[in-house]
Design a protein around this ligand. Sequence first.
Ligand SMILES: [Zn+2]
Length: 470
Amino acid sequence: MSCKTKAVLKFLGAAETVTGSRTLFQVGSKKLLIDCGLFQGPKEFRIKNWDDFPMDPKEIDAVILTHAHIDHSGYLPKLVREGFHGPIYCSQGTADLLEIMLMDSAHLQEEDARFANETRHSKHFPALPLYNSYDAVKALELLWPVPSDKWLPLDEEESGTAFQLIRSGHILGSRFVQIHWDDGNGGKVITFSGDLGNGRSHIIKQPVSLKESDYLVMEATYGDRVQPKADILSVMERIINRVWSRQGVLVIPAFSVGRTQEIIWLIRQLEEEGRIPKDIPVWLDSPMAQNATEVYMKHEEELKEAFRGGELQPPICPQHYKTVSSADESMLLCMADDPGIVISAAGMLSGGRVLHHLKARLPHEKNAVLFVGFQVEGTKGRLLKQGLSKIRIHHKEIDVEAEILAVESLSAHADSDDILRWCSEFEKAPQKVFLNHGEPGPLGALQYRLKTELDWESEIAVEGVEYELV
Ligand SMILES: [Zn+2]
């Protein structure tokens, strides 16, 4: 006779906010952490990374990751530094991206501490990084890539507790996490959506539709919004031809993982269709985006049919595609007057090489800047989008004469309609739905739509509260 296993859910982040995704799921004697994200964005969030972790990391048996984005994975080196030593289960694509992303995150933490020490702007001296490269290497050693669509036991004692990963179509390697346990009554399943893809990626496959799950933890980033569905190829075609015809440089601030790969594919596609000249040089000036692109190209199984074994070599890149590695090469590119397209990080202009490109290109009206991602309030990206005529970069006032443009339809997240559509594929409503990873507005809007359109009851997750699943 099987005995009933108690299951408890506790949100340790991404509750009523979109950052710091980490959820504890306790089933029987097992403590599992679903995602282990860093809090990002304004200081009031980032400061939470320095709080004591709400439990002893040594007590966590395993971490299971939905995907590689830092707000879902970037706390791992800190967790390991504080004693976590279990397996970190994830897809192979996620593991490969994390090799790049966790090292980059550690490097940024070290840079922040160094800057604080040089300028003495920290209350603590010497300022220490949240974690360092050594911690990141230790975390990477615990990665345990597993195949998808296969139940894998989490317990040697055959208690029935198992997990599986299912494609979620958000970025390369992204997965839903499902956990099964024996409740003494035929078993239960909980699904964690992680970030849900919208099926509009040109490169990676769409999310898998699920038919049932007893419990569901659903993200709500765009719970109150429907993204514009512009014909992105036509928009890019017009912009590229316009800037090229006046022999200008088009600077595209890049988000290294996901968006950059979509952009370079779009450019290649326009070339293939003869909609833009084939001789436009395209420079990718972001070592991290370059490494991430290589990971994308390595994982054919994650990509849409068109890229599998196709004759495009390399499959997603434009014809005159050049990668810029060293900082010296990057500087030379800034100084050159050749027209073309430059894709460079960081996406919100929070730092990085893109600032040097903007310094060189903004003062000339033949050039243009194209934003392809969300620009958070208070960032330089947001200021430029709002039409500022001068901007301060590296302590210098720069005149903005270049054309400033934005496309809004390249998000890797599902919007409100996409979430509803994905949920409507369920043959039976989950027993309970928890909404997380959203601001209060989107959470409330999604809760309302789920109730009125699907008759689903849902609860907005609150940080620190224990929810027993019965
Ligand atoms: Zn994400």
